[in-house]
Design a binder for this molecule. Structure first.
Ligand code: CUK
Ligand code: CUA
Length: 649
């Protein structure tokens, strides 16, 4: 990238001398004096020039980052690193009016963890864009909830959560939500083993009764929803499956999942046994799980499944016998399993090993086809020979976790204990590595279009767990920290630090912004964002009304600058009230909100949107209802009254 000559000139100026006639502090204007005042180096100014995005200019990329145990997603522009939106997914969010009485409640609460426990949060780990031919297509993004084994579908035409499905087999997941190259499936694999389908088993029965599972959620692109009835699972041993990735190109049809507890440590069990932590770290090798999902599909079609909680499951014995599941030893308590863009290799980072291990897909396929196995595990699953399965190993540093790729054949591995990003070449393991220090303790790493068959290069993001001296302190709970790294030059350079003031973002993906085709309004007015159809209960101007049927009161309301019609609703205590609200706006950015004070009712009314709120008028009194978005000069006047007559009045 070439800098404007004036900037190169100014940036390379030595600090202005004291007696300089240049403006003094606070009077602005001159780059050299600003650099002096603020103590900026030339490199700082170049970093600023690479990332600063003037008012009115748009970013080239958009990151969708997990909000961790905040339960949401974060949209961030690149290179500016400006936060664009939090997308509510697994928890209520009042700005978006999600979880406060509107239609979104059905998505959020209806399928919230079965078994009678209402769950109002999630732990988002891995967002994945929908793909077409192995490339992000910008239509949807999927995320998993590690805490409650759920997967959500977010529609990128309006950045709204449209569906949440609950995994009915397992209690927690981690290897999700990964998509196959044409989004045939959204893959969700378990983490902590438990009896499949729920139910009680003592820990002493861990090996016999506890299991993991790889869930293949069928994606119906037409409907934009996961189709539970077409989904299936593969039963897995209780090895604490970890990160997963779907094969592409040469490895299309396969899924890879790491694991870290092949020891099957189950904690102290209240006796004199080691903690799970140390029990799970005994073996030098754990197992990379290699699943042939094309073959799994066949077995499902042939009915070679058992049904648990309504889910078709390929039993472990069948998966083992048919080589739907094959294992390869991987060192040691590994974390990431990342498929290279050409699909020819799988890079595994061993948390307790100093290497990245590169598995070779052609070798794995050959060995499986020839039935050349080194042995079987305790469940009869075929195990490949380690040396025969790999391309090689690369010394990376202490605690390699995740690996991403650029457009020049390079890999970038996050190294947790060393706090570095290490650049290396998975096709040429002799090539020396290059390390960049990051601040601090990097977890995931991400690159521009990095999980596609054709990464873009230029940008890598270090997603750091710790940030103790990077930002103004805000109490003992600190933000996490994203560092934007320019990898376009000969050396990696950190060009921006972004604090993430939410739960711990585990993974993220970065998409070319022009792939996103968002709508400006719901058209025509009265469109239900969850069905994409005009609601039969939407109203045009002049059709607004209140209908009473016994104790049911239906209010057909329109919303437009700067009034609700009707703006006065009177009901009796004990009535059930349903508000059918139609925004009659079509102008971009003309959003209203609708709230009823003291009734915990709050929805967002983007242009053209239909909303519906049903609640019981169980408290008598006078309750103002008002617009929560500053929508016009008469925004404050956009209000009305909800009156509830006390019983017997
Ligand atoms: S995990 Cu968090 S740093 Cu859930 Cu992908 Cu590796
Ligand atoms: Cu409508 Cu404020």
């Amino acid at each position: 990238m070439s800098l404007a000559p004036w900037l190169v000139f100014l940036a390379s100026c030595t600090p202005a001398p004291k007696e300089s006639p240049q403006p003094a502090a606070g009077t602005g204007g001159n780059l050299a004096s600003i650099m002096t005042e603020r103590g900026l180096s030339e490199a700082d100014v170049i970093a600023a020039a690479k990332t600063y995005t003037p008012s009115g200019k748009l970013d080239e990329y958009v990151i969708m980052a997990s909000g961790g145990h905040g339960g949401n997603l974060i949209a961030i522009g690149v290179p500016s690193m400006r936060i664009l939106k939090y997308v509510a997914v697994f928890g209520p969010e009042s700005w978006q009016g999600y979880g406060y009485g509107g239609l979104g409640d059905k998505v959020l609460y209806e399928d919230s963890r079965q078994g009678g426990k209402e769950v109002t949060w999630g732990d988002v780990h891995h967002p994945n864009f929908s793909e077409t031919n192995g490339d992000y297509d910008g239509e949807f993004i999927f995320v998993n909830d590690k805490a409650n084994a759920r997967v959500a579908v977010v529609d990128l035409k309006d950045f709204m959560t449209k569906q949440i499905v609950t995994n009915k087999l397992v209690m927690s997941d981690h290897g999700g939500a990964f998509v196959t190259p044409n989004t045939e499936y959204v893959v969700e694999t378990s983490q902590y083993a438990a009896p499949l389908g729920g139910g009680f088993e003592p820990l002493a029965n861990y090996k016999e009764k506890y299991r993991g599972a790889a869930m293949f959620w069928k994606f119906d692109r037409e409907k934009g929803r996961l189709d539970e009835s077409q989904s299936f699972a593969v039963e897995l041993p209780p090895y604490a499956q970890d990160l997963a990735d779907a094969g592409k190109l040469d490895s299309y049809g396969w899924v890879f999942i790491g694991s870290w507890n092949t020891e099957m440590g189950a904690g102290t069990e209240g006796q004199n046994k080691p903690y799970l932590e140390s029990a799970a770290s005994q073996n030098d090798m754990d197992y990379l799980h290699i699943i042939d999902w094309k073959k799994a599909e066949q077995l499902v079609a042939e009915g070679k499944t058992k049904v648990i909680n309504g889910v078709r499951v390929i039993p472990l014995e069948t998966a083992a016998a048919e080589n739907v599941l094959v294992l390869a030893p991987e060192p040691k308590s590994p974390h990431g399993a990342d498929v290279t863009p050409d699909g020819k290799a799988i890079v595994v980072g061993g948390k307790l090993d100093t290497h990245a291990t590169v598995f070779e897909m052609s070798k794995i396929k050959d060995l499986v086809a020839k039935g050349d196995f080194a042995g079987k595990d305790a469940y009869g699953v075929n195990v490949l020979d380690f040396q025969k399965s790999i391309r090689g190993q690369k010394e990376i540093g202490l605690g390699p976790l995740h690996t991403v790729f650029d457009n020049k054949g390079n890999a970038y591995t996050s190294v947790f204990l060393d706090s570095t990003v290490v650049k290396w070449n998975p096709s040429n393991l002799e090539q020396p590595t290059e390390a960049l220090s990051v601040q601090y303790n990097i977890g995931h790493i991400m690159s521009a279009e990095g999980d596609t068959v054709s990464p873009d290069g230029h940008w890598v993001v270090a997603m750091n767990k710790m940030a103790q001296d990077r930002y103004q302190p805000v109490g003992p709970l600190l933000p996490q920290s994203f560092q934007l790294i320019d990898v376009s030059g000969p050396q990696m350079e950190i060009v921006y630090d972004l604090p993430i003031p939410l739960g711990e973002p585990h993974y993220s993906q970065m998409i070319k912004a022009d792939k996103l085709k968002t709508i400006q309004a719901y058209t025509p007015a009265g469109t239900n964002p969850y069905t994409d159809e005009v609601s039969p209960n939407a109203v045009a101007a002049g059709q607004e009304r209140i209908e009473r049927n016994g104790k049911q009161v239906d209010v057909y309301m329109s919303v437009i600058r700067s009034h609700f019609t009707p703006d006065y609703i009177e009901v009796n205590e004990g009535d059930t009230v349903t508000l059918h609200m139609t925004s009659l706006e079509q102008a971009y950015d003309q959003t209203h909100g609708f709230a009823i004070d003291m009734y915990n009712v709050n929805v967002s009314m983007e242009p053209g949107r239909y909303e519906e709120v049903t609640f019981k008028a169980d408290r008598s009194g006078v309750f103002p209802m008002y617009c929560t978005e500053f929508c016009s000069a008469l925004h404050l006047e956009m209000m009305g009254y909800f009156l509830v007559k006390p019983k017997g009045a």
